[in-house]
Design a protein around this ligand. Sequence first.
Ligand SMILES: [Zn+2]
Length: 355
Amino acid sequence: MQFPISKTKTEGKERTFNLTDPVERNEYFHYKADEEIDKLKDYVRENSFIVYLLGKKNSGKGTYSKMFAEIINPERIDHFSVGDMIRAVSKDIQDPEKKIGIEDYLKKEYRGWVPAEDLIRAIEARDTKTLLPTELILALVKREIAKRPKKTIFIDGFPREMDQVSYSLFFRDLIGFRNDQDVLAFIDVPTNVIEERIKWRRICPICNTSRSIKLLPTAKIGYDEAAKEFYLICDNSKCSGYGSQKLGPKEGDELGIAPLKDRLELDQKLMEKAMTLYGIPKVYLRNALPADTAKDYVDDYELTPEFDYTWNGKAVTVNQKPWTVKDDEGITSHSLMAAPVVVSLIKQLSKVLGL
Ligand SMILES: [Zn+2]
């Protein structure tokens, strides 16, 4: 699977941006897609649309939608994940009052082959072996959408199983009360990118700040001479460990993508199947570019950097260069920062919405 490459390079201009800084990132978006941003801002004031985000787990679906909402209109654009929704329902069901609310909703809105009472019992018992039927997922997704009247919504994780792909065609009709344009957004992220993000993630045990020793270090780096190891030091000024607390790996992260393998394969199949659908507009977002031609398409600062460190006996030196990673076809690639992917999303959405 190779998606078309979106060119975000600005020819002949020398302005650069630090894309990890929210203020500069905002300026960057206007610099790269001012016209489309204005059109989308106008559009969402009176209209709404629905985007189904399809891509492997941990491909950045939440990050992209959040950034899109922030730049266009956070009041009018919302994002929800079907996985989070199911976790929230299973939590709410433990509360007797909320449980009644969910039961009442399902009595009205759910139709299916398994009694709603049985499904509630399965969710309550956190029985993960009972696969929640599509009919229930549909009723719950409909409930989430109803909670967000007149808003543009990015739905992450629907379709979730193969039998749900064709439902996405008729979803607009199923939710009935809205006549929004719907769009499929596909995200292509190499599995190695997902694996390395997990592998190098480091967390502050006090404030849970999450960084990456390879991809997003803290301001201060330490060196453990006995272990001959570099480590990140918490730089969250609100943390009681500010300036001293060592960030460590999160439990389970050492397994990398192994626990996600089945999910990643299914996500890939869902994406390939949905790509064959006719009649629904599609946008293609691509996280990685072949390293040998990347610079023809994007500016240097749009590439995700990788960091390494050297120790001279006194101080740590931080070195930075574009992150090099093999994509799923084995091609040496660079990975894009989230912002240029969002520029591509802005431009493509503006086009498919006919703005
Ligand atoms: Zn901390």
